[in-house]
Ligand binder design. Structure first.
Ligand SMILES: NC(=O)c1ccc[n+]([C@@H]2O[C@H](COP(=O)([O-])OP(=O)(O)OC[C@H]3O[C@@H](n4cnc5c(N)ncnc54)[C@H](OP(=O)(O)O)[C@@H]3O)[C@@H](O)[C@H]2O)c1
Length: 299
């Protein structure tokens, strides 16, 4: 069974797991998108800045899946300093679609201090029917508060970094979003495997994987879902994509989620300590160099 669908605050239903096209080279993005759909993904997550919307759109068409059966998200990334509407029309043209299911502000910094005005342009796109739902990405609690002050339409999602090594940092944001009925979309949930192997999260994840006879990546995706998030992930490999979808069946207990959270928080603290030590060492070196320069001048 794949992941459950999720109901958004505008009443629309989004598939609980999506295939992302970030970093996929153009020459393989079409085939990889097609592969994901053939494996069973019905939710594609791309962006203006990924520079492969054209190929993702081709993969979608080549899969033969009907337009209404697939959820397509893309993002305004401010490429070439292009405005919201121009970028949206360009993305639609590249994807070969009349509308996207979800259009996101890729990052609050793109609003250049005018979150309210940018969001008003997103609301217009929705009214025009070019995009069915609107949301944001990488917004903090303060960014969301600013947006909500003047918004006529609430964002349906906030797509955020979500893995165990940022759990302490992201928990207040997740709580705020839950309070305001904004669904988290979690990306890079596999960081403990892809860029931080050997950290404290490995042990509880491996123990759960052994218990359920599943792969560690499946446990991490199940963890992200347990946090209430729509899972946004990717793979070039068919076997992994199949495992990702099957992870929808894994229901972690509160104790298992807590064990992963605890290990993640420890990793977060360790990282902070390391950063502090590096900072102090750098400062010490600079101070020593400065002292040496002064001595040279005096002597
Ligand atoms: N809104 C934003 O700012 C933002 C930022 C980042 C990402 N995203 C979205 O989220 C999507 C996923 O991002 P992500 O790539 O960072 O996510 P991820 O789900 O954390 O990582 C996916 C990668 O994990 C690798 N992988 C899977 N299992 C593994 C294992 N057991 N050991 C080692 N590597 C393993 C896969 O490599 P193989 O291909 O070799 O299987 C794949 O490249 C993106 O495509 C994009 O759509 C959005």
């Amino acid at each position: 069974m794949p992941f459950d669908n999720v109901k958004l605050n505008d009443g629309r239903i989004i598939p609980g797991i999506g295939f992302g096209t970030w970093k996929i080279p153009r020459d393989v993005a079409g085939d990889q998108t097609q592969q994901a759909i053939e494996v069973g993904f019905d939710h594609i997550d791309t962006a203006q800045v990924y520079a492969n919307e054209e190929e993702a759109g081709r993969g979608l068409r080549d899969s033969g899946l009907k337009r209404e059966k697939v959820w397509v998200t893309t993002k305004w990334s401010g490429v070439g300093d292009k405005g919201v509407r121009e970028s949206c029309l360009e993305s639609l043209q590249k994807l070969g679609l009349d509308y996207v299911d979800l259009y996101l502000i890729h990052h609050p910094r793109l609003c250049k201090g005018d979150i309210e005005g940018t969001w008003a342009q997103f609301e217009l796109l929705k009214k025009e029917g070019l995009v069915k739902s609107i949301g944001v990405s990488n917004f903090t609690v303060d960014d969301l508060k600013t947006l909500l002050k003047t918004a006529k339409i609430k964002p349906v999602v906030n797509q955020i970094l979500l893995h165990p090594y940022v759990v302490t940092q992201q928990t207040p944001l997740l709580e705020f979003m839950q309070e305001h009925d904004i669904v988290p979309e979690g990306y890079s949930s596999l960081i403990p495997l892809t860029s931080k192997p050997g950290g404290p999260v490995d042990k509880p994840v491996q123990e759960i994987a052994d218990k359920y006879k599943v792969a560690p990546e499946q446990v991490l995706l199940a963890w992200s879902r347990a946090k209430g998030a729509i899972v946004i992930t990717t793979s070039s490999r068919k076997d992994r994509l199949e495992r990702y979808l099957a992870a929808g069946d894994i229901k972690l207990t509160d104790e298992q989620v807590e064990a992963i959270d605890k290990a993640g928080a420890k990793g977060e603290r360790d990282d902070k300590r390391k950063q502090k030590v590096v900072g102090i060492a750098k400062y010490g070196m600079l101070a020593a160099l400065g002292g040496w320069a002064v001595l040279k001048l005096v002597l």
